[in-house]
Write a protein that binds this ligand. Structure first.
Ligand SMILES: Nc1ncnc2c1ncn2[C@@H]1O[C@H](COP(=O)(O)OP(=O)(O)OP(=O)(O)O)[C@@H](O)[C@H]1O
Ligand SMILES: [Mg+2]
Length: 281
């Protein structure tokens, strides 16, 4: 394939400065009943440029909230959410978000979905097709470029969404359980493909998952959140060299450690829910 056209040059911050910074961030929601729910409490987290961070924690501990704050979809009540040292004011093309449900326009073919997104980021029309094909080939979807989204499997749709996100060259990728709805085999294929493509792109990645094995396989650092109100309770650096394999015994040991720690947090949720309702501000 010829060289990829229209790659935008993105200014890089100093290597020592974090790409993302959450500084003492708290977030409380008001439910429709009027009740206040404290979702995040005093969260401080730095993510280095090119770092792959996985967030795990009990259900309802504020993982999606944290991602929404970085995406600019929510504002913190207290503290700061910074990207390249500047406050995040709202959503922007410098951050792509992958959700559990693939978000392709159903009336457009796979490649048109990518071309449309490239158009929104200002890539000239003449360059869009080649760029779209380049990224579809990275996720092994070249043969399905002309397919409609309903004609491909859920795993393939999620690969198309990943290709679309990467094609737009965001500085940061955010993912909220992107493989959560897939069967075990498709999930493992996607995890391996994501590892391969990320080794090429090295995007800064914040990836939320319930699956500890997935987190340990993918991440440079697994950050564990407490039961609600979510705060960060532990982090595990994963130093195994890449490409990693699921058969790696060292990874398996880290999985057990993180899993045990997570289980303790989940048990706290169960204990609190059986007693006084938690997280009320
Ligand atoms: N828009 C909202 N309005 C009111 N409450 C909300 C809203 N979004 C989240 N919450 C509450 O904030 C808390 C944290 O929710 P969040 O979705 O961030 O958790 P989570 O860790 O992503 O959970 P899960 O693992 O189940 O996806 C929950 O108690 C939830 O009910
Ligand atoms: Mg969530």
């Amino acid at each position: 394939m010829s060289s990829v056209p229209s790659l935008r040059v993105v200014g890089r911050p100093e290597p020592t400065s974090p790409k993302l910074s959450l500084r003492s961030v708290s977030k409380t929601y008001r439910q429709s009943s009027g009740e206040l729910v404290r979702a995040l409490d005093d969260v401080t987290l730095d993510v280095a440029p090119g770092e792959f961070v996985c967030l795990v924690g009990p259900s309802g501990c504020g993982k999606s909230t944290l991602l929404d704050l970085i995406a600019g979809l929510e504002r913190p009540d207290a503290g700061q959410v910074l990207m390249n040292g500047r406050p995040i004011a709202g959503p922007g093309p410098d951050r792509a978000v992958l959700f559990q449900e693939p978000t392709l326009f159903p009336w457009m073919s796979v490649i048109r979905n990518l071309e449309f997104a490239l158009g929104l980021t200002g890539v000239p029309k003449a360059d869009r097709r080649e760029l779209a094909m380049h990224w579809l080939s990275k996720v092994h979807l070249s043969a399905f470029a002309s397919a409609q989204p309903h004609e491909i499997s859920p795993g393939m749709r999620q690969r198309a969404v990943l290709a679309r996100a990467l094609a737009c060259q965001p500085e940061v990728l955010l993912a909220d359980e992107p493989f959560g709805a897939l069967d075990a085999q498709s999930r493992e294929v996607l995890q391996r493909e994501l590892q391969t493509v990320w080794l090429e792109t090295r995007n800064t990645f914040v990836f939320v998952t319930h699956n500890v094995r997935e987190a340990v396989f993918l991440a440079d650092r697994v950050v564990l959140m407490s039961a609600r109100p979510g705060t960060l309770v532990a982090e595990h650096r994963i130093s195994s060299p890449r490409p990693r394999s699921f058969e790696d015994v060292l990874l398996a040991k880290v999985v057990v450690d993180v899993h045990d720690h997570l289980l303790k947090e989940v048990q706290k949720v169960v204990a609190t829910e059986e007693g006084v309702r938690p997280g009320l501000a």
